[in-house]
Design a protein around this ligand. Structure first.
Ligand SMILES: [Fe+2]
Length: 285
């Protein structure tokens, strides 16, 4: 029996009664998609799944998007591996560029918002989890927009922001991205406020990828983007997930930001597998 239990006031729900390793009927998938639109983050526990089962389950939420060819976590396949472990199963040194690159995940972001057709959602499966730290936090972009004062909503109407992956990684360390990867990920412009097609709700689209507001003086734009990010990430809009091995999380990138919290990378391994859901089209008409 499918059971859905709300986690925080504005975001997150825990789902029980589903075995992701087995085929799931259309009626159940419909309920899961509706739950995703309502809660932005769905948490499933005790799902020891293969990558193939992970991909099959992801497709129930919509078409999946392959990783980019030069993406250090994916190499063009359906699964992105977010990890601090090398191909021999050894910890990668904390100062290695591969680890520094994934440290970008510690900044608030919506996966793939730097793409002209931003990713709709993502599914993260926990394979190896540190005994302490390494939680993931999610912040509701819909509840944050809804609770803005009306005059602020009017001020944001029609604004466009530039999003850049290089900008986010530059906040961690210089030269983290290869020339090929930089070429594959040029900045993209996105509506600052977008409407979620299934619910009609509006959501802010901010985060560490944003660089500036188009047609605004640089500083003024940066200040607004910081003000909005501070607003979205207030505790009342946030769900913090403490991982267990075999947890699977589905999140709607249109309705939430997320970030990974630190852990002792010199001591503990952490491996997550991720699939992504393709966007429905550009946020700008
Ligand atoms: Fe992410």
């Amino acid at each position: 029996m499918l059971e859905i239990r709300k986690l925080e006031r504005h975001i997150g729900a825990e789902v029980q009664g589903v075995d992701i390793s087995a085929p799931i009927d259309a009626e159940t998938f419909k309920k899961l998609r509706e739950a995703l639109y309502a809660y932005a983050v769905l948490v499933f526990h005790n799902q020891g799944i293969t990558d193939q089962q992970h991909v099959a389950f992801s497709e129930g939420f919509g078409p999946i998007e392959m990783t980019m060819e030069s993406d250090p976590i994916g190499n063009g396949g359906p699964i992105g591996i977010i990890s601090n472990v090398d191909e021999y199963g050894e910890l990668i040194p904390a100062e290695d560029p591969r680890v520094l690159y994934t440290k970008g995940n510690s900044l608030w972001h919506s996966d793939g918002s730097f793409k002209s057709n931003p990713l709709r959602g993502s599914l993260l499966a926990a394979k190896v989890i540190p005994p302490e730290g390494g939680e993931t936090e999610f912040a509701s972009l819909c509840a944050a927009y809804e609770s803005l004062p009306e005059e602020k909503k009017a001020e944001l109407e029609g604004l466009v922001a530039e999003h850049s992956l290089a900008n986010s990684r530059a906040q961690i360390a210089p030269n983290l991205m290869s020339e090929a990867f930089l070429k594959e990920t040029p900045p993209a412009n996105q509506a600052l406020v977008r409407t979620i097609s299934e619910t009609g709700q509006k959501a802010l689209l901010v985060g560490s990828y944003t660089t500036r507001i188009i047609n605004w003086p640089t500083e003024k734009g940066k200040n607004l983007l910081k003000e909005l990010l501070d607003w979205v990430t207030q505790p009342q809009f946030v769900y913090r997930h403490s991982w267990h091995v075999n947890d699977l999380l589905v999140y709607d990138n249109r309705c939430c930001l997320h970030r990974g919290l630190p852990w002792d990378r010199r001591k503990y391994k952490r491996i997550l597998h991720r699939t992504t859901l393709a966007g429905e089209g550009p946020t700008l008409q």
